[in-house]
Design a protein around this ligand. Sequence first.
Ligand SMILES: Cc1cc2nc3c(=O)[nH]c(=O)nc-3n(C[C@H](O)[C@H](O)[C@H](O)COP(=O)(O)OP(=O)(O)OC[C@H]3O[C@@H](n4cnc5c(N)ncnc54)[C@H](O)[C@@H]3O)c2cc1C
Length: 345
Amino acid sequence: MNAPLAACNTLRVAAAARYLVRVGGGAADRAARELAELLAGPRFDRLPRLVLGGGSNVLFAGDYPGVVILPRAGGIAVQEKAESVIVTAAAGHDWHRLVDYVVARGWGGIENLSLIPGSVGAAPIQNIGAYGAQLSDVFVDLQAAPLAGGEPRTMDGAACAFGYRDSVFKRSLRDRMLITEVRLRLRNRPRLNLEYAGVRAELAQMAVADPTVADVSRAIVRLRRRKLPDPHLLPNAGSFFKNPVLAPNDYAQVRERCPQIAGAAVDRGYKVPAAQLIEACGLRGRRFGRAGVAERHALVLVNHGDASGADVLAAARAVEEAVAERFGVRLEREVRVIGGEEGPV
Ligand SMILES: Cc1cc2nc3c(=O)[nH]c(=O)nc-3n(C[C@H](O)[C@H](O)[C@H](O)COP(=O)(O)OP(=O)(O)OC[C@H]3O[C@@H](n4cnc5c(N)ncnc54)[C@H](O)[C@@H]3O)c2cc1C
């Protein structure tokens, strides 16, 4: 293992990859072709491949025995139309910098997704979402190159099969494509989405009566800074678990045990805040050795210092077991665990 990964993941756990390949500069499709040629060479052709953006949604529970590819080419192109603006951003562009860029021009659609860490190229992987919005609301298509070689292809929303923190890239196309570019359709006459809890109140606190997209973005940034630990100060990977959707009977049982847990009715039952389940188990702020549950937000696992990936994984398992025992609910991880005893990749 030659390439250290501690600086490439926001949980700041130490791990190493066999090789690290940085893909930057120049046209995205040419860079992808050159990468495919490189990966087809004798040194790399039999090794597993992992694309890594900002490393803000992964936990390295062990070393990675293959090639880690870092798309680093950034850049934004804009096409203005009568009703909308088509924005194309390269995979290596920082997501929040893209939000800042469009918000500064008054274009609406991704202001509620302000301050989500990571890269543009990773945004489709789990269909990033926050404050009542998700990427698929504004998504047009993306360019992706097969990691096994072959022609780059354009994939629209249907091809990406977006769901709640989910897409085809977490399933049949996992580790098979390098996303090089993402295209979004934004509104030049924005329709603001202020329904999510806390947004209107924050705007009121800011004394904003008639908000613009920039005001909404600022409100979201303020809310997130208050609620979530900053990964630069307390390493973490954001929400570690998804909010489970429970069948009506299971939801009723959870409420019987803990009446203050409040889910929202969705298609197949009730979506329950996983943070409330974890909190009800008394785990908010709980330490498990060098890792633990954040004091600020029960859905976030943190590295208190020099936790290893295995330490963080042990904390995740302790949370999962406690929630299963108390509520009979199996939490699904949002963060991808790579390496360690759960499998090499
Ligand atoms: C403090 C904090 C808050 C967060 N809040 C939110 C939130 O509100 N909503 C939300 O949805 N997420 C949130 N996240 C999770 C994370 O920010 C997002 O999932 C983000 O999109 C990950 O981007 P990344 O570049 O860091 O991806 P990485 O962690 O590097 O990778 C994530 C996955 O995407 C794949 N991948 C990355 N880039 C590419 C590419 N170019 N081509 C193909 N595959 C690729 C990787 O292989 C991996 O499977 C938060 C994280 C943190 C630390």
